[in-house]
Design a protein around this ligand. Sequence first.
Ligand SMILES: Cc1ncc(COP(=O)(O)O)c(C=O)c1O
Length: 365
Amino acid sequence: MKLQTHRTYNFNAGPSALPISVLEKAQAELIDFRGTGMSIMELSHRSNAYEEIHNQAIHSLKKLLCIPDHYEILFLQGGASLQFSMIPMNFLQSGKKAGYVMTGSWSEKAFIEAKLFGDVYHAASTKDDGYHSIPKVDELQYNHQDAYLHLTSNNTIYGTQWKNYPDTGDVPLIADMSSDILSKPFDVNKFALIYAGAQKNLGPSGVTVVIIRKDFLEQANTNIPTMLKYGIHAKNNSLYNTPPTFGIYMLGEVLNWASGLGGLDAISEQNDKKAKLIYDAIDASNGFYAGHAEPDSRSLMNITFNLKSKDLEKKFLDQAKQEGFVGVNGHRSIGGCRVSAYNAVPSEACKAFSEFMVQFQNSNS
Ligand SMILES: Cc1ncc(COP(=O)(O)O)c(C=O)c1O
């Protein structure tokens, strides 16, 4: 049985749109997974059938992101939020400091957690300008003896995104890539650790991907709870305990879909075009729509903007909802409007929304 074709224009910030072909495949395989007579959720995580899916997902991620062999790929639970604590627990050794680049609410959360475990400071912050931008790479201030430097590659709430990453030399660079991993090519070699909750570009919620350089992993603290040690998960190929099997299966299917599209170059080109449709509507609006991000810091994943008054914004959001555009409200902490155009959001959805923006402006100015 095929899925009903009613699919909404889904601009949710996460969990967010998944590719229809992946959902259809999951549906087709749900009851009898590849002749096992069981669904993937009913298979033992120690079975050959499951292990094949697990290892294939690791292999596909490695291939798509060009991850060298001296990195481990882990599938963990607890969301990106648990990484905020696991990172300092494992790597913020006493006597050392860690710099955090503050570019929005998620950097703040990561900083607050790290402070519980050691000496942390702001390596740069754009808070005073309302998080409209990303700091310039040469403005970052950190010490060469630091345990690590942490940044958030894409700020899901404010709609800003790093365009290039610093070369931090001997200082291990750590990035929260929850909301833009897999959206464009980047050099993994610049990073000691990358983490991302899956629920935007990688699959459903419940899986967190961690990519960690092996020599960095070896420096981790050992006096922490077992489940919070990266080392134990690496040693056991993320099978120390029961992994989120269905989520990892979905992640593998999303990765297959992404390579079928032509990999990260093709995906990035598509994402540029999708975001441009919305930014063009903002830029051509003569201030009717005011983009939150400075143009050189604009996110291609989360496009944030405001209208002139709260009343007009409410009218816009109500009408967008009526027209079938879902998830356009800004994050509850800052309000406004946000279009999340992750990989699986089709360009037709962005085109339809940009047309709606123009129409709304014409009828309300
Ligand atoms: C950039 C970023 N980091 C961290 C998180 C928190 O992720 P989780 O809900 O998986 O803990 C989010 C969630 O939206 C996010 O966008």
